[in-house]
Write a protein that binds this ligand. Structure first.
Ligand SMILES: [Zn+2]
Length: 289
Protein backbone atom coordinates (compact mmCIF):
# COMPACT_ATOMS: atom_id res chain seq x y z
CA UNK A 1 0.00 0.00 0.00
CA UNK A 2 1.45 3.42 -0.86
CA UNK A 3 2.26 5.58 2.13
CA UNK A 4 -0.06 8.30 0.92
CA UNK A 5 -3.31 7.77 -0.94
CA UNK A 6 -2.85 9.08 -4.45
CA UNK A 7 -6.48 9.12 -5.42
CA UNK A 8 -8.70 12.18 -5.62
CA UNK A 9 -11.94 10.78 -4.29
CA UNK A 10 -14.71 12.32 -2.26
CA UNK A 11 -17.03 10.25 -0.06
CA UNK A 12 -20.38 10.80 1.60
CA UNK A 13 -21.28 8.94 4.75
CA UNK A 14 -24.15 8.71 7.17
CA UNK A 15 -24.39 7.79 10.84
CA UNK A 16 -27.10 5.14 10.96
CA UNK A 17 -28.29 5.95 14.48
CA UNK A 18 -28.14 9.74 14.28
CA UNK A 19 -29.39 12.47 11.99
CA UNK A 20 -25.87 13.38 11.00
CA UNK A 21 -24.07 12.98 7.71
CA UNK A 22 -20.54 13.67 6.54
CA UNK A 23 -18.22 14.17 3.59
CA UNK A 24 -14.53 13.55 3.11
CA UNK A 25 -12.04 14.30 0.38
CA UNK A 26 -8.32 13.90 -0.19
CA UNK A 27 -6.82 15.82 -3.11
CA UNK A 28 -3.42 14.97 -4.53
CA UNK A 29 -3.01 14.87 -8.31
CA UNK A 30 -5.93 17.24 -8.82
CA UNK A 31 -4.40 19.82 -6.52
CA UNK A 32 -0.99 19.55 -8.19
CA UNK A 33 -2.65 20.21 -11.53
CA UNK A 34 -4.80 23.03 -10.17
CA UNK A 35 -1.76 24.86 -8.81
CA UNK A 36 0.52 24.13 -11.79
CA UNK A 37 -0.63 26.90 -14.16
CA UNK A 38 0.91 29.73 -12.09
CA UNK A 39 4.05 30.30 -10.04
CA UNK A 40 2.30 29.98 -6.71
CA UNK A 41 4.51 30.04 -3.62
CA UNK A 42 3.93 27.52 -0.81
CA UNK A 43 1.59 29.87 1.11
CA UNK A 44 -0.81 30.33 -1.79
CA UNK A 45 -0.57 26.66 -2.78
CA UNK A 46 -1.72 25.68 0.70
CA UNK A 47 -4.50 28.25 0.64
CA UNK A 48 -5.71 26.92 -2.71
CA UNK A 49 -5.55 23.41 -1.25
CA UNK A 50 -7.86 24.36 1.60
CA UNK A 51 -10.26 26.20 -0.68
CA UNK A 52 -10.31 23.20 -3.02
CA UNK A 53 -11.02 20.66 -0.25
CA UNK A 54 -13.76 22.89 1.19
CA UNK A 55 -15.37 23.44 -2.21
CA UNK A 56 -15.43 19.69 -2.92
CA UNK A 57 -17.11 18.73 0.37
CA UNK A 58 -19.69 21.50 -0.08
CA UNK A 59 -20.39 20.56 -3.70
CA UNK A 60 -20.74 16.90 -2.80
CA UNK A 61 -24.02 17.78 -1.14
CA UNK A 62 -25.61 19.29 -4.26
CA UNK A 63 -28.88 17.58 -5.04
CA UNK A 64 -28.97 18.90 -8.61
CA UNK A 65 -26.61 19.43 -11.56
CA UNK A 66 -24.65 22.58 -11.01
CA UNK A 67 -21.57 23.93 -9.33
CA UNK A 68 -20.26 25.52 -6.16
CA UNK A 69 -17.93 28.49 -6.33
CA UNK A 70 -15.98 29.59 -3.25
CA UNK A 71 -14.29 32.92 -3.73
CA UNK A 72 -12.27 35.19 -1.44
CA UNK A 73 -11.41 38.82 -2.05
CA UNK A 74 -9.38 41.34 -0.08
CA UNK A 75 -7.20 44.44 -0.35
CA UNK A 76 -4.40 42.44 1.28
CA UNK A 77 -1.78 40.10 -0.19
CA UNK A 78 -4.36 37.91 -1.94
CA UNK A 79 -6.71 40.05 -4.01
CA UNK A 80 -8.64 37.04 -5.32
CA UNK A 81 -8.80 33.33 -4.67
CA UNK A 82 -11.43 31.20 -6.32
CA UNK A 83 -12.16 27.50 -6.61
CA UNK A 84 -15.19 25.99 -8.30
CA UNK A 85 -16.36 22.39 -8.32
CA UNK A 86 -19.25 20.93 -10.27
CA UNK A 87 -21.69 18.27 -9.15
CA UNK A 88 -19.78 15.92 -11.50
CA UNK A 89 -16.53 16.56 -9.61
CA UNK A 90 -14.86 18.87 -12.14
CA UNK A 91 -12.72 21.37 -10.28
CA UNK A 92 -10.62 24.40 -11.23
CA UNK A 93 -9.29 27.42 -9.39
CA UNK A 94 -7.02 30.44 -9.32
CA UNK A 95 -5.38 32.96 -6.99
CA UNK A 96 -4.25 36.50 -7.76
CA UNK A 97 -2.13 38.93 -5.82
CA UNK A 98 1.21 38.39 -4.12
CA UNK A 99 1.65 34.80 -5.17
CA UNK A 100 4.86 34.37 -3.15
CA UNK A 101 3.23 35.46 0.09
CA UNK A 102 4.44 33.18 2.93
CA UNK A 103 2.32 30.62 4.73
CA UNK A 104 0.01 32.07 7.32
CA UNK A 105 -3.50 32.19 8.69
CA UNK A 106 -6.43 33.07 6.46
CA UNK A 107 -6.85 36.60 7.78
CA UNK A 108 -3.21 37.42 6.99
CA UNK A 109 -3.74 36.38 3.35
CA UNK A 110 -7.16 38.04 3.16
CA UNK A 111 -7.22 40.78 5.85
CA UNK A 112 -10.72 42.24 6.22
CA UNK A 113 -11.57 39.97 3.34
CA UNK A 114 -14.88 38.67 2.17
CA UNK A 115 -15.74 35.13 1.08
CA UNK A 116 -18.54 34.51 -1.35
CA UNK A 117 -20.15 31.10 -1.63
CA UNK A 118 -22.18 30.70 -4.78
CA UNK A 119 -24.36 27.69 -5.54
CA UNK A 120 -25.27 27.66 -9.18
CA UNK A 121 -27.74 25.11 -10.50
CA UNK A 122 -27.53 24.47 -14.25
CA UNK A 123 -31.13 25.60 -14.42
CA UNK A 124 -32.85 27.83 -11.93
CA UNK A 125 -32.00 30.46 -9.40
CA UNK A 126 -28.47 30.76 -8.11
CA UNK A 127 -27.84 31.27 -4.43
CA UNK A 128 -25.10 33.45 -2.99
CA UNK A 129 -23.90 33.88 0.58
CA UNK A 130 -21.37 36.42 1.83
CA UNK A 131 -19.03 35.72 4.73
CA UNK A 132 -16.60 38.10 6.45
CA UNK A 133 -13.13 36.67 7.08
CA UNK A 134 -12.80 37.12 10.82
CA UNK A 135 -11.10 33.89 11.84
CA UNK A 136 -7.64 32.43 11.34
CA UNK A 137 -8.88 29.23 9.73
CA UNK A 138 -11.03 28.75 6.67
CA UNK A 139 -12.67 25.75 8.38
CA UNK A 140 -13.86 27.98 11.25
CA UNK A 141 -15.13 30.72 8.93
CA UNK A 142 -17.17 28.15 7.00
CA UNK A 143 -18.41 26.36 10.13
CA UNK A 144 -19.69 29.69 11.54
CA UNK A 145 -21.30 30.63 8.26
CA UNK A 146 -23.12 27.34 7.71
CA UNK A 147 -24.34 27.27 11.26
CA UNK A 148 -25.88 30.72 10.86
CA UNK A 149 -27.28 30.39 7.36
CA UNK A 150 -28.36 26.77 7.12
CA UNK A 151 -29.59 26.54 10.69
CA UNK A 152 -28.28 23.00 10.63
CA UNK A 153 -25.09 22.66 12.59
CA UNK A 154 -22.21 22.07 10.18
CA UNK A 155 -18.54 21.72 10.94
CA UNK A 156 -15.46 21.58 8.74
CA UNK A 157 -11.96 20.20 9.27
CA UNK A 158 -9.46 21.14 6.56
CA UNK A 159 -5.82 20.32 6.17
CA UNK A 160 -3.25 21.22 3.57
CA UNK A 161 0.46 20.84 2.90
CA UNK A 162 2.63 20.91 -0.22
CA UNK A 163 0.70 19.30 -3.06
CA UNK A 164 -2.05 17.70 -0.95
CA UNK A 165 -5.11 18.75 0.94
CA UNK A 166 -8.03 17.09 2.66
CA UNK A 167 -11.38 17.95 4.11
CA UNK A 168 -13.92 16.48 6.50
CA UNK A 169 -17.38 17.90 7.06
CA UNK A 170 -20.11 16.85 9.48
CA UNK A 171 -23.64 18.18 9.19
CA UNK A 172 -26.77 17.70 11.21
CA UNK A 173 -29.79 16.59 9.20
CA UNK A 174 -33.37 17.59 9.92
CA UNK A 175 -35.01 15.51 12.65
CA UNK A 176 -35.86 12.06 11.42
CA UNK A 177 -34.39 9.20 13.43
CA UNK A 178 -33.69 11.04 16.66
CA UNK A 179 -36.44 13.32 17.87
CA UNK A 180 -35.23 13.94 21.41
CA UNK A 181 -33.48 17.35 21.37
CA UNK A 182 -31.09 16.49 24.16
CA UNK A 183 -29.98 13.25 22.52
CA UNK A 184 -29.67 15.01 19.17
CA UNK A 185 -27.37 17.67 20.63
CA UNK A 186 -25.39 15.11 22.58
CA UNK A 187 -24.78 13.01 19.45
CA UNK A 188 -23.67 16.08 17.52
CA UNK A 189 -21.27 17.21 20.22
CA UNK A 190 -19.88 13.70 20.67
CA UNK A 191 -19.21 13.21 16.95
CA UNK A 192 -17.62 16.67 16.63
CA UNK A 193 -15.40 15.96 19.64
CA UNK A 194 -14.32 12.68 18.00
CA UNK A 195 -13.61 14.45 14.71
CA UNK A 196 -11.64 17.11 16.60
CA UNK A 197 -9.10 14.44 17.52
CA UNK A 198 -7.93 14.14 13.91
CA UNK A 199 -4.53 15.74 13.28
CA UNK A 200 -3.86 17.72 10.07
CA UNK A 201 -1.46 15.03 8.80
CA UNK A 202 -3.88 12.21 9.60
CA UNK A 203 -6.59 13.92 7.59
CA UNK A 204 -4.36 13.91 4.49
CA UNK A 205 -2.65 10.55 5.02
CA UNK A 206 -5.56 8.34 6.08
CA UNK A 207 -7.92 6.98 3.46
CA UNK A 208 -11.60 7.46 4.19
CA UNK A 209 -12.40 3.93 5.41
CA UNK A 210 -9.51 3.96 7.85
CA UNK A 211 -10.32 7.51 8.93
CA UNK A 212 -13.97 6.68 9.63
CA UNK A 213 -12.92 3.64 11.61
CA UNK A 214 -10.27 5.54 13.53
CA UNK A 215 -12.59 8.39 14.50
CA UNK A 216 -16.01 6.76 14.75
CA UNK A 217 -15.45 3.02 15.31
CA UNK A 218 -18.15 2.84 17.98
CA UNK A 219 -20.72 4.23 15.58
CA UNK A 220 -22.57 2.55 12.77
CA UNK A 221 -21.39 4.42 9.68
CA UNK A 222 -22.75 3.88 6.18
CA UNK A 223 -20.23 4.98 3.57
CA UNK A 224 -21.41 5.64 0.01
CA UNK A 225 -19.55 5.06 -3.25
CA UNK A 226 -16.81 7.61 -3.96
CA UNK A 227 -16.97 10.39 -6.48
CA UNK A 228 -13.82 11.01 -8.48
CA UNK A 229 -12.67 14.63 -8.53
CA UNK A 230 -10.97 15.78 -11.74
CA UNK A 231 -9.18 18.95 -12.72
CA UNK A 232 -11.20 20.25 -15.62
CA UNK A 233 -11.51 23.67 -17.17
CA UNK A 234 -14.54 24.57 -19.23
CA UNK A 235 -12.74 27.17 -21.32
CA UNK A 236 -12.96 26.68 -25.08
CA UNK A 237 -11.97 28.23 -28.36
CA UNK A 238 -15.58 29.21 -28.94
CA UNK A 239 -15.92 31.03 -25.62
CA UNK A 240 -12.64 32.86 -26.14
CA UNK A 241 -13.74 33.95 -29.59
CA UNK A 242 -17.03 35.12 -28.10
CA UNK A 243 -15.12 37.29 -25.65
CA UNK A 244 -13.36 39.06 -28.52
CA UNK A 245 -16.58 39.46 -30.49
CA UNK A 246 -18.26 41.10 -27.52
CA UNK A 247 -15.74 43.98 -27.67
CA UNK A 248 -16.85 47.19 -29.43
CA UNK A 249 -16.13 47.06 -33.19
CA UNK A 250 -13.45 49.76 -33.10
CA UNK A 251 -11.57 47.91 -30.35
CA UNK A 252 -11.55 44.73 -32.42
CA UNK A 253 -10.17 46.71 -35.36
CA UNK A 254 -7.46 48.26 -33.17
CA UNK A 255 -6.57 44.88 -31.72
CA UNK A 256 -5.88 43.34 -35.13
CA UNK A 257 -4.17 46.49 -36.45
CA UNK A 258 -1.57 45.96 -33.77
CA UNK A 259 -1.05 42.23 -34.32
CA UNK A 260 -1.95 39.61 -36.90
CA UNK A 261 -2.82 36.98 -34.36
CA UNK A 262 -4.49 37.63 -31.04
CA UNK A 263 -3.80 35.11 -28.28
CA UNK A 264 -6.24 34.51 -25.45
CA UNK A 265 -4.82 32.67 -22.44
CA UNK A 266 -7.06 30.91 -19.97
CA UNK A 267 -5.94 31.95 -16.51
CA UNK A 268 -7.38 28.86 -14.91
CA UNK A 269 -5.69 26.10 -16.92
CA UNK A 270 -3.05 27.90 -18.96
CA UNK A 271 -4.46 26.87 -22.35
CA UNK A 272 -3.99 29.37 -25.21
CA UNK A 273 -6.30 30.13 -28.12
CA UNK A 274 -5.09 32.03 -31.20
CA UNK A 275 -7.30 34.07 -33.52
CA UNK A 276 -6.88 36.01 -36.74
CA UNK A 277 -9.14 38.80 -37.93
CA UNK A 278 -10.60 36.28 -40.32
CA UNK A 279 -11.63 33.99 -37.46
CA UNK A 280 -13.53 36.87 -35.88
CA UNK A 281 -15.21 38.04 -39.08
CA UNK A 282 -16.31 34.56 -40.07
CA UNK A 283 -17.64 33.53 -36.67
CA UNK A 284 -21.25 33.42 -35.60
CA UNK A 285 -22.79 36.33 -33.73
CA UNK A 286 -21.60 36.08 -30.11
CA UNK A 287 -23.80 34.70 -27.41
CA UNK A 288 -23.47 35.68 -23.79
CA UNK A 289 -23.16 32.81 -21.31
ZN1 LIG B 1 -9.11 26.90 -19.17
Amino acid sequence: MPKYPTNDDSYRFLFEDADIRGETVILNNVLKRLTASHAYGPGVQKLLGEFAAATVVISNNLKFAGRVVLQGRSDGPISLIMVECSSDGDIRGIARGELETPEGPLNIHLPDGVLTLTIEPETGQRYQGIIAVQRDELADVLSDYFEQSEQLATKFWLSTRAGSSAGLMLQQLPKQRVTDEEKRLDQWQTLCALADTVTPDELIDTDTDRLLFKLFNEWDVKRFEPKRIRFSCNCSRGRSLNAIRLLPKHEITELFDEQQTVTMNCEMCGDSYHFTRNDVDQSEEPTIH
